[in-house]
Design a protein around this ligand. Structure first.
Ligand code: FES
Ligand code: FES
Length: 153
């Protein structure tokens, strides 16, 4: 089947999509957007987090067909050309990126959190990021990145 959707502000389409294919697969393998990562493919790790009609979801759990005519924003869509989104910049500046596999999903989750709660307390941050697993950093640097992004907002 053909799936037509808006991705990062552009109309896109994917052909020959099969019934069980995930939106994550379409984004990564058909539309050339590998930012969203595929770590578990079961909705457990958050590495594939994207916005779907403004709501953060795990793209691995969304059937591609469900994205028909909908609006997707991926981690690639947060930057403004060569200028990183403040959350992306804060992750770099705080050294919150090691292997980087969790980073795109965390950036999307933090972007969403700060849009809703510009100055979150630590409990709110931890709760908001509970669905995003990182096996490298021990999370402290990630919390530093959130604080930095919130301070700069
Ligand atoms: S790859 Fe989607 S939640 Fe892990
Ligand atoms: S930086 Fe490696 S999983 Fe988070």
């Amino acid at each position: 089947m053909r799936v037509e959707l808006t991705v990062n502000g552009e109309k896109r389409q994917a052909d020959d999509v099969w019934e069980g294919e995930s939106l994550l697969y379409v984004l990564r393998e058909r539309l050339g957007l590998p930012g969203s990562k595929n770590a578990c493919e079961q909705g457990e790790c958050g590495s594939c987090s994207i916005y779907l009609d403004g709501v953060v979801v795990c793209a691995c759990l969304v059937a591609a067909g469900q994205a028909q005519d909908r609006d997707v924003v991926t981690v690639e869509g947060l930057a403004d050309g060569e200028t990183l989104d403040p959350v992306q910049q804060a992750f770099l500046d705080a050294g919150a990126v090691q292997c980087g596999f969790c980073t795109p999903g965390l950036v999307v989750a933090v972007h969403d959190l700060l849009a809703r709660v510009p100055q979150p307390d630590e409990e709110t941050v931890r709760e908001a990021l509970a669905g995003n697993l990182c096996r490298c950093t021990g999370y402290e640097a990630i919390l530093d990145a959130v604080r930095l992004a919130a301070e700069r907002a």
